[in-house]
Write a protein that binds this ligand. Structure first.
Ligand code: PLP
Length: 453
């Protein structure tokens, strides 16, 4: 076989985010599998970055994109609408938690988070509460990489360089039972959510516009599911203090946790819902801000528009992809499948708990994580300098397994976990292969780090 060129800096003209690694070139995908130009295959056990929810190679979505692109290149969302945007919003209105009937389409999760925060602020101003401007978020937590979304994120390593540009955002500790001293008890102010009220009081309720949270931990707390009453408490507190509750479901939405949104598990509606990643199955960049009449009506009667404009909002081709993906999910009952196969996935992953270096395995639906520790009993994280999660991910990729790493969750600096979030179409046989590839990747990681020590 002729050797492939090196796809990396400086050989490749592409400016990749990571400038030191080699990038295999993927030529196609089918179901849960990716194939590179050397004929090697990879089990996509994280849907890339929690995106490929319906699997690779879904012809219906590819065709819908082609048909819509063939009709019109582009129309601007301030002047025209399209069947694709109207029909997608109509489908979401049926699937979203109660009342969230109106949807605003954008490209990325970060953009949608920015738009959701701006909507919350604009709502406060247009309903006569201009002093409300603060945002409260959770730590650990992640909401994106644009400046306002980054301000609300508890990601020191992303924020450090840009600190002078970021705004101060008060944060409450996220419910993270594995690392909370209470282990997840109702009496704990963190795990019950009641700590939110304390922080709102400290900040001054008249200054707090919004609370934003990932309803089920994404990579930040490694698929931690809060107590069943957590969001009822949050809802009560937000209602009491006139705080807009934004559920960031960029990662957990579109069926990932075995319900259309993670909020469905809690039986609570947020004021604003943010979807992204899997909403188009990854076939095009698409995200969405959904809300109710309560938040749109004052704008419609007031200034008349949302003060957030982007060229590609409501882009017909992107909406057509989203519509085809959502219809594919419905037609094939993929949310129910995520719930059912998620249980099988959890059962198979459970055996990893007994392995050396694995502290915890947790999750729900098609969203799971494996947290690595240096000491199982004390839950001591590895020192960051070891780069445990990154090393594991490199060995996994070499082994033909794609998983998603997260670092720093234990104390802001240290902590290593990987996320497992395959397409909802994964079979039990593929789950077995996943677990086997995981085990060999972990052995290689431990051997490699022991040799280096
Ligand atoms: C919960 C959450 N919100 C927002 C974002 C930002 O989305 P994007 O990377 O598409 O801008 C992410 C991305 O990982 C996320 O996980």
């Amino acid at each position: 076989m002729t050797p492939s060129p090196e796809y990396r800096y400086p050989q490749s003209p592409v400016f990749y985010r990571n400038l030191t690694r080699r990038f295999p070139k993927i030529v196609c995908g089918e179901g849960c599998w990716l194939f590179d130009d050397r004929g090697k295959r990879y089990l996509d056990a994280s849907g890339g970055a929690f995106v490929a929810n319906i699997g690779h190679g879904v012809r219906e979505v590819a065709e819908a994109i082609g048909v819509q692109a063939g009709r019109v290149a582009y129309i601007n969302g301030t002047a025209f609408t399209s069947d694709a945007a109207e029909d997608l919003a109509g489908e979401l209105a049926k699937l979203n938690p109660a009342g969230l009937r109106y949807s605003y389409f954008l490209g990325s999760g970060s953009e949608a988070v920015e738009a959701a925060l701006k909507l919350a602020r604009q709502y406060c101003v247009e309903t006569g509460k201009p002093s409300k401007h603060k945002i409260i978020s959770q730590s650990p937590g992640y909401h994106g990489n644009t400046m306002l979304a980054l301000s609300t994120s508890a990601r020191g390593h992303y924020k450090k360089l840009f600190e002078p540009w970021l705004i101060k955002v008060p944060m409450i500790p996220a419910p993270y039972a594995y690392r909370c001293s209470c282990g997840g008890k109702a009496s704990c102010p963190i795990c019950s959510g009641s700590i939110l009220e304390k922080v709102i009081q400290e900040e001054g309720p008249e200054t707090v516009a919004a609370f934003i949270a990932e309803p089920i931990g994404g990579s930040s707390t490694g698929a931690t599911v809060p107590r069943p009453d957590y969001y009822r408490r949050v809802r009560e507190i937000c209602d009491k203090h006139g705080v807009v509750f934004i559920a960031d479901e960029v990662l957990t939405g579109a069926g990932r946790t075995g319900e259309w949104t993670a909020m469905n598990h809690f039986g609570v509606s947020p004021d604003i819902l943010v979807l992204g990643k899997g909403i188009s199955g990854g076939y095009v960049p698409l995200s969405c801000v959904s809300t109710s009449e309560k938040f749109i009506e004052p704008l419609a009667k007031g200034t008349g528009s949302l003060k957030h404009a982007q060229t590609f909002s409501h882009a017909p081709t992107a909406c057509a992809a989203g519509l085809a993906a959502v219809r594919y999910i419905k037609k094939n009952n993929l949310v129910a499948r995520a719930a059912k196969m998620g249980k099988a996935l959890g059962r198979h992953l459970e055996i990893l708990k007994s392995l050396h270096g694995v502290g915890d395995v947790r999750g729900i639906g098609m969203l799971w994580s494996v947290e690595f520790v240096a000491d199982k009993k004390k839950k001591t994280p590895h020192p960051r300098s070891l780069k445990f999660a990154e090393t594991f991910v490199d060995f996994a990729q070499e082994n033909g397994l794609v998983v998603w790493p997260n670092v720093g969750q234990a104390d802001g600096t240290n902590g290593d976990l990987v996320m497992i979030a395959p397409p909802f179409t994964i079979t039990e046989e593929e789950i077995r292969q996943l677990v086997s590839l995981f085990e060999t990747s972990l052995e290689k990681t431990l051997d490699h780090l022991a040799e280096k020590a």
